[in-house]
Structures are given as C-alpha cells and as structure tokens.
Write a protein that binds this ligand. Structure first.
Ligand SMILES: NC(=O)NCCC[C@H](N)C(=O)O
Length: 258
C-alpha cells in the first residue's frame, strides 16, 4: 500500500531570524509560530498522515521549512544543496530521516544548488523552478537522478517569488493553480487555473478531495470548494512572514512501500 508518512521539523529557537527575500521583514511571534506549527501537524494527522519529526537543527533559523532539504520521488531521496548558504546545515538531519525510512539517497553536488520548494511533482512529470535558489547545474543533477526512474523533468523560470511552489502547486487532478502576477510563464502548464490570492496557489493534497490551505486565502478556498474540493484551512501567518507556505512545512512521502 502507498504510504501516508510526512516529515516535519519543529521550529527552532532562532526562527525569527529566518531569511526574507521578496517581502519586508516583520517580527515573528515565536510562541504563536509554535502553536500554528502544532495545529498544522495536527491537521496532517487528522487526515491520516503519520508525521515523523526530523531531529531539530536549532542553529538553522529556517529548518522548519523542511521541504527544501530533500526531494523524494518513488523510493529515491535527493538531498538538496540549498542556494541559501545559511540553510546548508539543515540537510544532514533530513538525510538521516529518509535513510531510516529506507529511501535510497542521492545528493546535489557543488556547483549545483537546488531547494525542494522549487520542485513540483505531478504524476511522473517533475517541474523544477530555475530561480534564486536553484541553478542550472542543480536542474541538470535532478534530471540525472530522476529521469532514469521514468520521470520527465521540465525546467521553469522563476523570478517573481522565492520558489516555484511559492507560485504554483497542483490539484489532485493535475490542474496547476497559480496566482498570475507571481507566475513567470503560466502557459508552460497544460491545465492552469488562476487563483485570486498569492497564498491560494499553495495546496497540500491531504487525500481524497481534501486540500490543506492557508487561512490567508479565503477567496481561493471558496473557489476550490465550489469546484468540489474540500479545503482544510490552517493559520500559518507567522511562517508567511518568512515566505513560508503550507507546502514547505512538511515532506509528504506517498510512494514509499514499507
Ligand atoms: N519551500 C518553501 O516555500 N520554503 C520557504 C522557505 C522560507 C525561508 N525563510 C527561506 O527564505 O529560505
């Protein structure tokens, strides 16, 4: 049976020092962030996900954004080499966690850089954002690891947001959701649904019709509910101040057979 395991990583004490690139820095309320993280993890659990905590990386302010440290396709994990130097030390703990789960492990090597937020998987198509954190060598290395396994890797320019998945994610039927002002080339996606809010472009597929979404995207939640989906809203406001989205707070492992 396909797995429903999700890696998460508890926010560290230096969370408020996390990087901001495309937005103004705002103070982060650490206690509230921890409450929001607990509720996010609970929402995953309530929908049948077994959550596994990666060991903390307390010196790394952005370690809670665990998705950026690894890309998993089938049983193969690709440990990233974040484009942000301050995030490189995050990967060791994530590597241990995926190895413990029985994944075979590959790595992005210098001069490559790649962050998991730049990788959107839709079936066997893997879109990879070439932007501020992922370079051409990172794209080539991702292709070299996953194409022999049957994936088709499609590189997409990203200039307006931090990562590809800050601009677009996908519904269970493969339709890509995006906020047009943040999406460089919407026509690269075969089925594209524009959404009215930037954070409305971020959905985590919980299973069935359920979509985990940020509470900051109520109009998009209404639009998707009207199309027969079931949005489950969580407030991740403290993480949004650090350019985080619902997608980046976990790594969902759907294709591990264990
Ligand atoms: N995949 C993601 O959307 N990650 C968010 C990372 C936010 C963090 N403050 C960063 O700039 O790296």
């Amino acid at each position: 049976m396909p797995s429903k395991k999700a890696l998460v990583r508890r926010p560290g004490p230096r969370l408020a020092e996390g990087l901001v690139t495309h937005i103004e820095r705002e103070p982060v309320d650490h206690a509230l962030a921890v409450e929001q993280w607990d509720a996010y993890v609970e929402a995953l659990r309530a929908h049948g996900w077994e959550t596994l905590e990666v060991d903390p990386a307390d010196d790394c302010p952005d370690s809670v954004f665990v998705e950026d440290a690894v890309v998993v396709y089938r049983n193969v994990a690709l440990i990233t080499r974040p484009g942000a130097g301050s995030r490189r030390a995050e990967t060791a703990g994530v590597e241990e966690a995926v190895a413990r789960l029985g994944c075979s492990v590959n790595w992005i090597w210098e001069p490559g850089t790649l962050e998991g937020g730049d990788v959107l998987k839709i079936g066997d198509t893997i879109y990879v954002g070439r932007g501020g954190r992922t370079n051409a060598a990172g794209v080539q290395q991702l292709r070299a690891v996953f194409e022999p396994l049957g994936a088709r890797v499609v590189a997409v320019p990203v200039s307006k947001v931090l990562h590809l998945k800050s601009a677009v994610t996908a519904l269970p039927d493969g339709t890509v959701l995006g906020h047009i002002p943040m999406t460089d080339v919407p026509s690269l996606f075969p089925r594209f649904l524009p959404v009215p809010e930037e954070s409305g472009a971020h959905v985590v597929l919980l299973g069935g019709d359920k979509l985990l979404m940020a509470a900051s995207a109520p109009k998009t939640a209404d639009l998707l509910a009207d199309l027969g989906h079931e949005p489950v809203l969580v407030d991740i406001g403290e993480f949004e101040k650090l350019e985080g989205c619902v997608t980046c707070l976990s790594v969902r492992l759907r294709e591990l057979y264990a």
